[in-house]
Design a protein around this ligand. Sequence first.
Ligand SMILES: [Zn+2]
Length: 342
Amino acid sequence: MINTLDNIKNTLLEDLNLLTAQELKQKYLSKDGVITELFKGIKDIDASQKKEYGEQLNSLKRDLEEKISQKANININEKSLVNIDPTAPFDINSRKDKRPHILDLKGSSHPLMQELEIILDIFQRMGFDILESRQLDDDFHMFESLNFPKGHPARDMYDTFWTDENLVLPAHTSTMQNRALRRFAPPPIRVVLPGRCFRNEATDASHEHTFYQIEGIYVDEGISIGNMQATIKEYLEQYLETDLEIKMQPAFFPFTEPDIEFVISCPFCNKKGCSTCAYSGWIELMGCGMIHPNVLLSGGIDPQKYSGFAWGVGLDRLVAIKRGINDIRKLRDGDINFLRAL
Ligand SMILES: [Zn+2]
């Protein structure tokens, strides 16, 4: 049997030069591959040779796997080299003043990103860390870690997009709560979580299928609703550059308890009523609440010792309110004249 192994090693040496990583995998390591078959044969070998044979076979398999992975990496590197366009006029990442002047570049950051910078700056000054959310996530972070067990009816409130691999385009930035709790533990944990979200729904002047959300969590010993109210009010007053009156109304979210709708006095009409506040004088701006003990537990935080609050607000909506935009879809339809006028 040891002789058979030597023969196979010789063929393998030739194949390493001739076959691709995928072909090598198929020939040697697949369900009926050469090495897999040799492993199946171990049971028929004389007991005195079994150990040595097994060791040699294992070491051969490890070597081959390593060679295949090296080969696969080389292929990827070669591919990416081929994909670089050497005729490209300049490196888009180079400093503006180093770019050729032939092209009159008038690029600037999008209004949503400009406003996001302002908001993140406010929170950084309040001592918050920043962690950006992902644009593709899994069921655990989208639902289970947030106290939506499988089959929970509240899952239907979040109709989003799924891939064939069962990954989800996040419908909220709360997908990051579990990661933030684990990454910034032990408390105090203060993190703001901006990111892109997606909903499978019809669009209108105040709803989009793609939008930005800014989430935040604050966890420590003895955190109360009073801390939440003060933090959110301070943030909104700084961002909207005006004093605000606030109201807190009951709402429903599985991942907070109690669940609260944060309502602000209209910053434009001093509660007299205008088109921005639909003539009510108040704007229902965002959801918030005390983080549910199950969410803390799933993030490895002891809810007996710690408490915390969370909030989430749509960036597009906030920017639309601040800049007097009557249709949030305009923020994403690429009309340069509209964007420049903002
Ligand atoms: Zn108003």
